[in-house]
Design a protein around this ligand. Structure first.
Ligand code: FDA
Length: 496
């Protein structure tokens, strides 16, 4: 069946897609946004983090949290009914990638840390992108649009819920490492009211990876209402794009499948558009492009599609520090350890363990400058796309993180915890939160996300970033998307 024609179509509703939709709408271009997840609306749509139900994860029969055991016991995960839940884990050999599903994409499940990369690293993060323009215009714009705010340091120093971060700060200082506050999109004014017992708790109720019921300015509270408010943007949920092709008249044909809450396909459609914007995230966008190239649906795509994927050097680790770190830990991180002057630069987010009980542990998500890159391959027999990531490709990142935390352990006479990641491991080295690349800027696309060999086809999400941002990536994804749209709308003559 035909779904008709729209001038512009955006696939996905995460950071890149939301920016794209807003700027298209403001330019008067009628735009349809397709999102495979659901709209998470209503007063408190998300399930509790410590007693997850079907709303927690995308069509699974058991939750799959990154810290999957405690004192070596499998007490963390729960059986659930399959449902279009908010957090997905896409499993490839040696690499499990966590992504958000729903209107707002990763903004629904992430820690809200809104970090601008250090300027000195930017030429390596996005080669060919004007540094002055990014730091003068687009990073400030992204921060403003996302509603980024900073915690009040005086309140923070006395807050019980950040005792875990103060303990880690002191431990890092003993090893000679400084820390810095990181901004967030969680409303710290709301958090102060949570701590004072004045409002419903969210960050103080362990909520994060399965969604925050309060306090967080996710994209469904920032860019997406602004996009819908232009009157030019429509949003269709529970609709997955299953294929893209280019018709003889130069329009793009987008194949969709709509599902119900059980996952059953309730309808398919073919929607034609003049301008197609891919914002399905690093995995989603790369999968659509690679499939289109390998099946001949978009034969003009170049050989860079599917290359340059990285995990932002993500490594998780935990220390047993013998000191109490607090029963109630605010789930929104506020502090990072700056080891960016080490031989391999490392920025380690001091993460909460929102278990609701005293763990005597400190948790970290280290972002290491790992040169390892993966690539995607298309399997003709099954028609599926898979990430190729070798079993030793995390070794570099682990050794960089280990260098930092060995030093912190030595300075504090502490040791690693081995009970939190299954398999008795000290390092969570088989997953990532920050998938980047697959359709890299200046390689699979030009320097503004225009896909090489396919007029009017654009990539505008994490796929453009070649594998590493040095810090948590969503401000960079947002700022780059703003920059690309400014150029495309000024230069490409888009019309209805
Ligand atoms: P994003 O992944 O946000 O959105 C893509 C959307 O497209 C999704 O909604 C998906 O459902 C949809 N989609 C995919 N394929 C589709 C298809 N075929 N058809 C229709 N829809 C499709 N970053 C940071 O800066 N600070 C932080 O604190 C954190 N913390 C964090 C924690 C956790 C648990 C996770 C999983 C991730 C983070 N991140 C983070 C990472 C951050 O969330 C991530 O980098 C961005 O969401 C990526 O933005 P994109 O716009 O690329 O896509």
């Amino acid at each position: 069946p035909s779904g008709g024609f729209v001038p512009a179509l955006v696939i996905g509703s995460g950071y890149g897609a939301s920016v794209t939709a807003l700027r298209l709408g403001e330019a008067g271009i009628d735009t349809l946004v397709l999102e495979m997840g659901r709209l998470w609306d209503g007063p408190a749509p998300f399930c509790p983090m410590l007693t997850p139900d079907r709303r927690s994860m995308w069509f699974r029969t058991r939750t799959a949290a990154p810290l999957d055991s405690f004192l070596w016991l499998p007490v963390v995960n729960r059986d659930i009914d399959p449902y279009p839940g908010v957090l997905d884990r896409v499993d490839f050999p040696n690499m499990k990638v966590y992504v958000g599903r729903g209107v707002g994409g990763g903004s629904l499940v992430n820690g809200g840390m809104a970090v601008v990369p250090q300027r000195r690293f930017f030429p390596e993060i996005l080669p060919g992108v004007d540094v002055d323009e990014m730091y003068g215009t687009y990073f400030p714009l992204a921060n403003r649009m996302l509603g980024v705010n900073s915690v009040d340091p005086a309140w923070w120093e006395a807050a019980d819920c950040y005792s875990y971060a103060r303990v880690s700060r002191a431990d890092a200082a003993k090893a000679g490492y400084g820390t810095s506050f990181v901004p967030n999109v969680y409303d710290f004014g709301y958090l102060e009211r949570e701590a004072a017992g004045q409002v419903a708790k969210s960050a103080l109720n362990s909520e994060v990876i399965y969604g925050n019921n309060h306090g967080k300015r996710s994209l469904d509270k920032s860019y997406i209402p602004a996009a819908l408010g232009t009157g030019r943007v429509r949003l269709q949920t529970l609709t997955r794009v299953t294929g893209i092709a280019r018709d003889g008249d130069g329009t793009y044909a987008v194949q969709t499948a709509t599902i119900d809450e059980s996952g059953a396909v309730t309808g398919t459609a073919l929607i034609n558009c003049r301008y197609l914007f891919l914002g399905a995230g690093s995995l989603g966008t790369t999968q659509l492009l690679l499939t289109a190239r390998e099946t001949g649906a978009l034969p003009g795509l170049n050989d860079q599609v599917g290359l340059g994927w990285g995990d932002n050097g993500n490594v998780m680790t935990a220390r047993a520090n013998w000191k109490p770190t607090g029963c109630v830990q605010a789930s929104m991180p506020t502090l990072g350890i700056d080891a960016t002057n080490d031989p391999v630069p490392v920025f380690a987010e001091i993460a909460p363990i929102p278990a609701g009980v005293e763990t005597f542990a400190s948790l970290y998500l280290a972002i290491t400058k790992s040169p390892e890159r993966g690539s995607f391959g298309y399997d003709r027999a099954s028609g599926t796309v898979s990430l190729r990531w070798g079993s030793t490709q995390k070794d570099f990142a682990v050794s960089a993180a280990k260098r930092v935390f060995d030093r912190i352990n030595a300075a504090n006479a502490t040791i690693y915890r081995h009970d939190l990641f299954s398999g008795n491991r000290a390092f969570g080295d088989d997953f990532c939160y920050h998938p980047l690349g697959g359709a890299v800027l200046g390689k699979a696309t030009d320097l503004y996300g225009r896909v090489s060999g396919c007029p009017n086809l654009y990539v505008n999400d994490a796929s453009l970033i070649p594998g590493w941002t040095g810090v948590n990536p969503f401000v960079t994804i947002t700022a780059l998307a703003e920059r690309n749209m400014a150029r495309v709308l000024a230069a490409d003559g888009l019309h209805n």
